[in-house]
Design a protein. Structure first.
Length: 101
């Protein structure tokens, strides 16, 4: 689970990214989830665009993407979903440490 500070950091990192996947009329499927897992392993942080013709609710699509890939849902803004999953082999992003109380 990401802290608020870590989510803020990841939102700032994702700001300049362009969406590399699109969810359209077909919705979320197994093939898409497999490709998303591969992309997350390579990049750790990705954006996914939900197209206007998608028949599912955007909140449901975002939750399905996060659950299906095992990633953290960083942000859902408009029709853009930001996902983060720490890579096992290609670690690039160093998250801020959670504050100790």
């Amino acid at each position: 689970m990401l802290t608020g500070k870590q989510k803020r950091f990841l939102r700032a990192e994702a700001h300049h990214l362009t969406p590399i996947f699109q969810v359209g009329k077909g919705g979320v499927n197994d093939q898409m989830l497999c490709q998303l897992r591969d992309a997350l392993e390579a990049r750790e942080l990705i954006k996914v665009r939900i197209l206007d013709n998608c028949e599912e609710e955007k909140d449901d699509v975002a939750e399905a993407l996060a659950a299906g890939t095992g990633a953290e849902l960083v942000q859902l803004i408009g029709l853009t979903v930001v996902l983060y999953k720490e890579s096992r082999n290609n670690k690039k992003i160093v998250l801020p440490k959670p504050s100790q109380k």
